[in-house]
Every structure is written in C-alpha cells, then in structure tokens.
Design a binder for this molecule. Sequence first.
Ligand code: UDP
Ligand code: MN
Length: 645
Amino acid sequence: MVSWRRLPGLFPTVMFLVSIVNICLVFYVKNVVQELKNESPGYVEVHPRSFSQENAVIERLSHLEMYIHNISNSIKKPFHNERVNQKEDDIKLPEKSKGEMHQAEKAKEEDKMEKEKKVVHRKLFPDSHLFKRWGSDLTEDQQTTAQDLFTKYGYNVYLSDQLPLDRSIPDTRYPSCKVKKYPHDLPTLSVILIFMNEAVSIILRAITSVINRTPSHLLKEIVLVDDYSSNEDLKGHLDEQIKTYNAKYPGLLKIVRHQKREGLTQARISGWEASTADVVAILDAHIEVNVGWAEPILSRIKEDRTVIISPVFDNVRFDDFELLEYAVAADGFDWELWCLYEPLPSKWYALKDETAPVRSPSIMGILAAHRVFLGEIGVLDGGMHIYGGENVELGLRVWQCGGQIEVLPCSRVAHLERAHKPYLLDWISVMKRNALRVAEVWMDDYKYMVYFAWNLPFENHGIDYGDVSSRKELRKKLNCKSFDWYIKNIYPNLIPLTTIVGYGTMKNTLNENTCIDQGPVQENTPIMYVCHAYSPQHLFYLSTGEMYIGGLRSRKNAVDRCLIDPGTGDLPFIEQCNEAVKKGLNMHWDFKQGSSVMNKKTKRCLEIVKDNPSSPYRLAMRDCTGQKWNIQHTVKDWGKKGALK
Ligand code: UDP
Ligand code: MN
C-alpha cells in the first residue's frame, strides 16, 4: 500500500479505497442497506456511495491480506523450525542417529497434527462478522463468550483482553516522516480519551500507547472522560488502574465522570474543560497512537495556534485487531453532512513534500488544537445529541471564523472501527437533527441543500434541532465569514444545485402506493416500487430540465445520476449526468406538479403501464396519454436568495 502513494496515476484507486474507511458513515450505510435489502428485493444501493462495491473491495482486500499472511507464515515457520531442530540436533544427538530420529520425530509430529486436526469445533455463529476470518480454533464455550462480548461492544473484546497492552503496531508513516526532526522544546500536551461503555483493556491499551509513544517531557496529562458508562468494570476497577498508573507517573491521569449520558460532543467539551496543557488532543478511547504521532502536531501548533489538526487514521480491524493502513486524505462531507474522505489537493502534490500538512475542509472526530484557541472559537457545539454533525460544525466554524484545518501525514493514530455501535440504533434521526443544527447556524441560504439531501420540507419538517441562539451569537461575536465564502474558497468540491424546483418521491396519480425508484444500481433501469421514501426514491427536478434520481450527490467526486429517454424501446434508463451531457443523451424533461413528464427532445412521456391486467404497473417511455405525476415537495426560486451569489 505504501508504494501506491507514490504513484499519482493510481490515485483514483487509492481514493476509492480510502472512501471505504469513512468512519463516520460506514456502519450506518451497512445497516440501512441491510434494512432495505430485506424490505425491497429489487433494490441494491441506498446511499450516494456505492457501498456494495466498497464492501466487495473490503472483502477482496481482506482475502488478499489473509493470503499474504498465510504465505509469510508458511515461509517463516519451516525455516524457524529447521533452525531450532538443527540447534538441538547439534547439541544432543550423535551423528549416526540423526536420520533415524528425524524419521521418528516426524512420524510423532504427524500423528500429533492428525489428532489436532480432528478436534474441529462446531461453528456456533457462522453468520457473525466476528468469526469471518478469526476464531476458527475456539471451543464452543469460547465462541459463546467471544460472541457475547462482540455483541456488547461492537469489537473483539475476547481478543483484546489477551493482547499485550503495549503491543507494537506497524509504523505506517512515510519514510520521509521517519527521518524528520522536530525541536525538543515544544508545547505541552493534554490527551483526552472519551468513552462510554468501552472495554477496559481497550482503554488501558490506549493509555499505554499514549504513555509509550509521546515524549514524556511533553505529555502533561491524560484526561479520561466517562460519559456515564453503566459497565461495572469501568467504575472501581478502572479507578484502581488509574491509581497504579499515577503511582508510576505522578499526576498523569485524571478522570471526569458525567452524572448523566451527555453524548460524545459534551464528553469532548468536558475533557477540554478539565485539561491544562498548551495543546489538547481529543481522541476516542479505542485508539492506539503510533510512533512519533505527537511531535508533528505540537510543532505545527507552535508555528500557528489557529490550526486545528487531524492525524491520519489507520484502522484496527474489529475482529483480529490487525492494523489496516489507510492512505492520507483530506476530510470532507456531503450535503447530508456525513463525513467522507476527499482526494488530496493538487496544491499539496505540487509541494513534492509528503510531510507537508494537507489543507482540509473539515475534520473527522479525532483532533488536536491549541487549548486556548479552541476555547476562543467556541470548542464544540454542546447542543449536539449523541453522535454526528459535530465534526462538520467544527469544520465550518474553524474556517469561517479565522482558523484552518490540516491533516498531518506524519501523525498517525490507529482507530478501531466497530462493527456496530452498541449505543445507537437509530442513526438517521440523530444525524438529521444535528445536521439541521449545523445548517441553520453556519450555512446561510445554502442550508436548503441539507433539507434537499435529507428530503425535508423547508417548513413544518417536525424536527426539533434545539436552541441555536447562542451558536448564532457566537458566529456574530467572532465576525465569521459566510458559507458562500467557505464553499468557494475552502470546499469547491461541494456543489450547490441552485435550480432545484421539485424534490422527494414521485408518484403517478393512477397508483399512489408506488414510487419511482432507481432500481438495482447495476441495471441502470428505474422501476416502480412500493414507496419507502429512502434515498433510492429521492428525485430532484431542476428548472433546467434534468431529473436526478437516487439521492443527492452533488460533489465533484460523486456525480449525480440522470433520468434518460433512450429514444428507442420502451424503457427509460439512468446515466451519470456528466456522461449524459458528453454523450448528448435525452436528459431534459418538461414537468410541472400534477402534469406529465415529457422528454424535451423525443416528446415521449414517462408513464406507467400494465403488461397484462393482472401484472403490476411498470415504467415505460411512450407516446403521451396524459398521465399525471406529483413530486413530494416543490420549491420556488430558492437559488436566487441573497446569500447565494
Ligand atoms: N461516546 C461517548 N458518548 C456517547 C457515544 C460515544 O462518550 O454517547 C464515545 C465513544 O466511547 C468513543 C467516541 O465517543 O470513544 C466516539 O464514538 P464512536 O467511536 O462510536 O464513533 P466513530 O469513531 O465510530 O465515529
Ligand atoms: Mn471511534
């Protein structure tokens, strides 16, 4: 993987792989895909990212890794055994009997292996993600214990409890980072680890990695924040552990405990409030910092206190705890405000310095900042619930209010990506609510793009996003720039669609139970399907005539998909809009609420037909018979509002 970085030609591939690691999103998409697969058999993709493909890449990668791992084992082991045998032979055995003994030992060994082979344990959880590539040698009791822990935590606590707290992980930095020198005299650091019902061994391993891999003269303290965990072992037992650490490193560890569940944003704020060093690094508790992670951060913040920093994450796999190296990327988001990775800017490549900071539109949860500066710009929005939205809120605020965000390629943190989040079943409603909060405070009239992306009406959407008045005041007090400035100068990859006039599900008046649906993605043929109003059924009609289908992408690296009349045959199809323009396809439609959908070029209409009286309606392109369509929400001239210049 390391060599890929050096080949800009392979960049799209690398970015594709990078997109699979979106820590803020992956499990959400997985869950929704599963939910929809169950509900709608004709349906494959539900979100503006092709997750099924990404999954396939994960699968392929893991197979490749297993394969390499097996080869390396088969190379290492015999070699190692030979040497051991050789040594023992030399010491113990007379020259003559060597051959005979080899034969006898070999037979004994084979017999032993044969017996071991016979103890094949029944697989109790063949469908569990935990046992896909791990745990084949576990007894039934062990499998049950491991599976119970996995369900409770979302990662392999059974294995974590066995691994050394000070285990080594591969150094994933670029070679040029490894030789880079930093001043001895740097600002001091408080490391904040927030947790809610994480496994004790996970938290202790995080602490150990911070102690072992941060220069001791710079590490002022580690602040643990317990967001009202209910697990008993995180109470007295953890306190004992903290005492033990503090006996060895006086005053190093502190713990703040919430008296009620306040969510991860407030946990980060509490950690910041309790910290006292020059710089704070705010991390999840399921991380292991890698060698040399702190020096690049501290030296960059020493140069400029207004830079908020993200290290590069690698992934600790939730099942076997192997480290999966991730490529360096910038942090961005889509119009639903889900975090995602963006390609490295061309200006960064032009520097020809792999160690150079990467300017980033946003941040992904784990961050480091000058403690006082972070306070000056309002730390984090404490009004966020449970999870989500807080990263983008910080990203926009930092840029709009005079700071900067950078990813530092030389600072690497291994982050354990859970298989599921035990604390959050309904991601979507929390995320939607938090996203509206961000939109209302920071995005001016571009906020409507968030409403479009979530398929919400501008008024009466019924979502209580809480009181945002103090955040609006903060924006005023700090004299922050507009979102228009941000999108043009910091995040031009995010594209506003100023000509949307209709959006949401689309129904034909002949049958109001079914909606236009993008259908199975590979087939590129839209279908009529029972209305469920998830993103495959979100359409966007533009006053310029395009009809986008299957959710809103609207980013430079994720092109929307357009409805097309092929001109022949009776099926419409879907094509990426940029390709449709290039190929001159029939992609423009005449449509008004409650009227026909007619292709401007072919003059054919999108209608529904029954192939015979007992079959269900299907979509068809044909001569217009006057069928009428309605789109869920209509809007007028939103793109002509003052804040959009
Ligand atoms: N967390 C918390 N309170 C909550 C939910 C999560 O303190 O209500 C902690 C959690 O233990 C973790 C961090 O917040 O250390 C980030 O959560 P998670 O790792 O689930 O998010 P992800 O990394 O998957 O985005
Ligand atoms: Mn995490």
